[in-house]
Ligand binder design. Structure first.
Ligand code: 9MR
Length: 385
């Protein structure tokens, strides 16, 4: 049977409950939810993911907007979808602008910075006691055409990156606590992207260290990350990061963390040794994070996942969260958006989808329940606030 829209029990959270929970989830100075009692309806408590997370673990989501959303028929989710906004506020203790801090979005022309949408997300996060992860400063993708096609000398290009990092990181100093400074700089063979990454191609590998130094100058309090996909397990790619980070640290470069994105698919099986991999980075004395989790699947003709697929998806969520929970320095766990209709997956892989933790009406999928149960169990063990 297609699992379709079956849902029940605790997590038939009506919009009213969601709004109530949002109102009751007040801010504290460290960006976590406080101890306000959760609302009760019909004797049932509604506790959101942020409420059941163990102390010190941020539970985040990407904030939908820009990128593939611009090609969809629906309006900008973050500004136009009130139910979405309410859920974003209630459920999570950390937000990552999905596209709104990328070059393509911020820099439509060489002399222009468009900060309005990112400002709105940072303001929203502050109103709701949420931390913000900044994504991304140096990347091979989503650079504006004027930049990719510019015929600039190395000095000018370097100056452009330096100015961009100083301006963007400086603007949000003290408000964006973590930055993906270098995103996806290795390919799956563990080779630096010296061809398709504009910055590496034109300025050489040392630009990575410079980008971290410039970001640190702009906000000495921000935690600076490298971040990539297919780097969850111990493999050539994650090992390339380990070696690079070791070198950067030895050179005194301010690198503070490594993010494993977590774009998984049930068709590939779970990357089994995530905990061991995260421990390798922990051993370097840096933080780790799960930064962009979603678990996609190949959908049949009706476009609905089966119960079995949903169970596999839930299992992958649980296992990735357990790996993060097992490693001291893994202190933030972010899903790459919700609900399924806002996911990037079907836009890029038309046969695939159902990749997020919530149905389109914002009801919980088994993957949501898996995260909720796993967080609650961890909190019970470690004693949350
Ligand atoms: O979710 C993002 C989507 O809206 C954009 O169209 C897409 C363009 O590349 O980027 C998506 O986010 C990516 C993230 O920035 C970096 N890791 C992979 C993510 C999924 O492609």
């Amino acid at each position: 049977m297609a699992a379709g829209r079956t849902r029940g029990g605790r997590w038939v959270a009506s919009l009213l409950l969601v709004v109530l929970a949002a109102a009751c989830t007040a801010a504290t100075s460290d960006g976590t939810a406080d101890d306000d009692p959760v609302p009760e309806t019909d004797g049932e408590e509604v506790a959101m993911l942020r409420d059941v997370a163990p102390e010190g673990l941020l539970v985040g989501s990407a904030v939908a907007g820009g990128g593939h959303h611009r090609d969809q028929s629906y309006p900008d989710p973050f500004t136009a979808d009130d139910a979405y906004r309410d859920r974003l506020a209630a459920e999570f203790s950390s937000l990552t602008p999905e596209n709104q801090l990328k070059w393509e979005f911020l820099r439509p022309s060489p002399d222009e910075f468009v900060f309005g949408p990112a400002d709105a997300i940072v303001d929203f996060a502050e109103q709701h006691g949420q931390a913000v992860r900044g994504h991304a400063l140096l990347w091979h993708n989503q650079n504006p055409d004027w930049l990719e096609q510019a015929d600039l000398g190395a000095d000018e290009l370097r100056g452009l990156l330096r100015d961009h990092i100083a301006t963007v990181v400086g603007r949000y100093a003290g408000r964006i606590h973590q930055w993906d400074v270098a995103n996806e700089i290795f390919d799956d063979r563990g080779e630096l992207r010296l061809e398709d990454n504009l910055w590496l191609r034109e300025l050489g590998p040392d630009v990575v260290a410079d980008a971290f130094r410039w970001a640190h100058e702009a906000d000495p309090g921000a935690e600076l990350f490298l971040n990539d996909y297919n780097a969850e397990s111990i493999n050539v790619k994650s090992s390339a990061y380990l070696d690079l980070i070791r070198e950067l640290l030895a050179d005194g470069v301010p690198v503070h963390g490594f993010g494993v994105q977590g774009h998984l698919g049930i068709q590939w099986g779970f990357p089994g040794d995530v905990e061991a991999n995260l421990r390798r980075f922990d051993g370097l004395g840096i933080a780790t994070a799960v930064t962009e989790l979603d678990v996609r699947m190949v959908l049949g003709e009706g476009g609905e996942p089966t119960d079995e697929q949903l169970a596999r998806q839930a299992d992958d969520h649980r296992r990735l969260l357990e790996a993060c929970l097992a490693v001291d320095g893994c202190r933030s766990f972010t899903v790459w958006g919700f609900p399924d209709r806002y996911s990037w997956v079907p836009h890029f892989f038309p046969e695939e989808g159902a990749a997020t933790i919530l149905w389109d009406d914002l009801a919980a999928k088994p993957a949501y329940e898996a995260l909720h149960d796993t967080l609650s169990a961890a909190r019970a063990k470690t004693g949350g606030p």
